[in-house]
Design a protein around this ligand. Structure first.
Ligand code: PMP
Length: 446
């Protein structure tokens, strides 16, 4: 974006420029420095608010892409981390009690997990979950879905936002590598259209007997936040089980967010292997994967290796324990609040779009939300192809730029959902909606 577009962000632009001289691209995740971002170098966060190095204040609807379920710098997390580092140590190199307590507490929220392992990120946890399914079943093939992201590992990093013309007409096909530099690691990965049982049926007819697992985000959170059709998750579970494969739910986004027990609790569908990450860490780098004792015996007693010097790091675990204690201690009120503010925001956005005649689809479940601007009125968006086909990405970016300048931050890519936290109040949402209306009038009305 040009210099004029960086007005009000001069210090951020300058800092990023300096960063580019020592960090490739200026930051360590490509997602954070996309060419169409208005430069934003963060200085500090507190509760639902974020400040950049120019001193601009934002109501944060990104929440660091999901981990900040309790907002920025929650007191109980800071205290737990401080206690850990001052009284015990940050990295001890042995099993610790805090790690075991976190596992016990996480199991209370996810009853289908009997045993689990911790990792350092969603990527690592997903890659290990896939190895686990392959080891347990003795099969190689993996079925995943268009628009779904399970991290950037060699195991599963496909071109998840592929152009429509690259997608097979029959609804499933071979995976396209998501980056240069990959080996042939995706030869056993098949990518299928999500929310489409017929496509999955055809896919399973061809590959089902060799499929170790179907892996999916139970809510499609990397394709603009799409919800599963009624009964879809249950049917997928039955279909892959009929073929002798496992179901993996990647609850990196949804776990402890749409409900304390994730999408599996909300939709009442138990996967065989669960991955939980972002929200459980309260802002610290954590991933976890778990399953029945029988499946996890591949690691506990068997041939499957899983390691990591920092896996189960004590600082991260102390933060996770503080989040888990908060959630376990006041589950009903916490999720009632998260759902209420999300209802308020989604309801307000819908009302503004309807009144101004802006074609859009607004989806939310709990504190996960997407206000998808479409090119024309559509009846609904059900999968990645629908979003790709109908959404107005350029207009959305223009609107996001306006909102960022107006002090409301969400990601400029329409595929990324918005995240709310326990720190957001109804008054924050009123403020957001006021600016939303103004932005919609200026950028979205045709
Ligand atoms: N799975 C899903 C559903 C995700 O959204 C992400 C990250 N956005 C990952 C896996 C990878 O997690 P991480 O970035 O922590 O490696």
């Amino acid at each position: 974006i040009s210099k004029t577009d960086s007005s009000g962000a001069a210090q951020s632009a300058k800092t990023l420029e300096r960063g580019r001289k020592s960090i490739a691209g200026g930051d360590s995740s490509t997602m954070r420095v996309l060419p169409y971002h208005i430069p934003l170098v963060a200085d500090r966060g507190e509760g639902a608010r974020l400040w950049d190095v120019d001193g601009n204040e934002y109501i944060d609807l990104n929440m660091a892409y999901g981990p900040l379920l309790l907002g920025h710098r929650p007191k109980q997390v800071i205290e737990a981390v401080y206690r850990q580092i001052s009284e015990h140590g940050s990295q001890l190199g042995f099993p610790t009690e805090v790690t075991i307590r976190v596992a016990e507490k996480l199991k209370q929220l996810f009853p289908c997990i009997e045993l689990l392992r911790f990792a350092n990120s969603g990527t690592e946890a997903c890659a290990s979950a896939i190895r686990l399914a392959r080891t347990y079943t003795g099969r190689k093939k993996l079925i995943m879905f268009e628009g779904h992201y399970h991290g950037w590992s060699e195991a599963v990093f496909t071109k998840y936002h592929a152009p429509l013309e690259m997608l097979p007409e029959c609804g499933y096909g071979p995976a396209i590598p998501g980056t240069t530099g990959m080996s042939d690691s995706l030869t056993d990965v098949i990518v299928c259209q999500w929310n489409d049982l017929d496509a999955l049926q055809r896919c399973l007819e061809e590959h089902g007997d060799e499929a170790a697992a179907v892996i999916m985000e139970p809510i499609s959170g990397n394709a603009g936040l799409l919800l599963p059709r009624d009964g879809y998750l249950q049917s997928v579970r039955e279909m892959i089980h009929d073929r002798g494969g496992l179901l993996i739910f990647d609850e990196v986004i949804t776990g402890m967010r749409v409900s304390a027990g994730g999408a599996q609790e909300h939709y009442m569908v138990s996967p065989d292997i669960t991955v939980v990450s972002k929200a459980m860490g309260g802002g610290y780098p954590v991933g976890s994967f778990g399953a029945s004792a029988e499946i996890m015996s591949c690691i506990a007693n068997g041939p499957l290796f899983h390691g990591g010097v920092f896996s189960g790091n004590a600082v991260v675990m102390s933060a996770a324990e503080a989040v888990l204690d908060t959630v376990l201690g006041d589950k009903e009120n916490i999720y009632a609040h998260l759902h209420a503010i999300a209802d308020q925001l989604a309801g307000g956005i819908k009302e503004i779009y309807a009144r101004l005649g802006i074609p859009a689809q607004v989806y939310h479940l709990g504190p996960l939300l997407a206000g998808l601007i479409t090119k024309t009125e559509v009846e609904g968006l059900y999968n990645y192809r629908d979003v790709r086909r109908h959404c107005d990405f350029e207009r959305y970016i223009k609107f996001q730029h306006h909102m960022q300048r107006a002090g409301v931050y969400f990601h400029p890519n329409e595929f990324e959902p918005m995240f709310l936290s326990t720190a957001h109040t109804s008054a924050d949402i009123d403020e957001v909606l006021e600016r939303w209306e103004d932005g919609a009038r200026q950028c979205l009305v045709r």
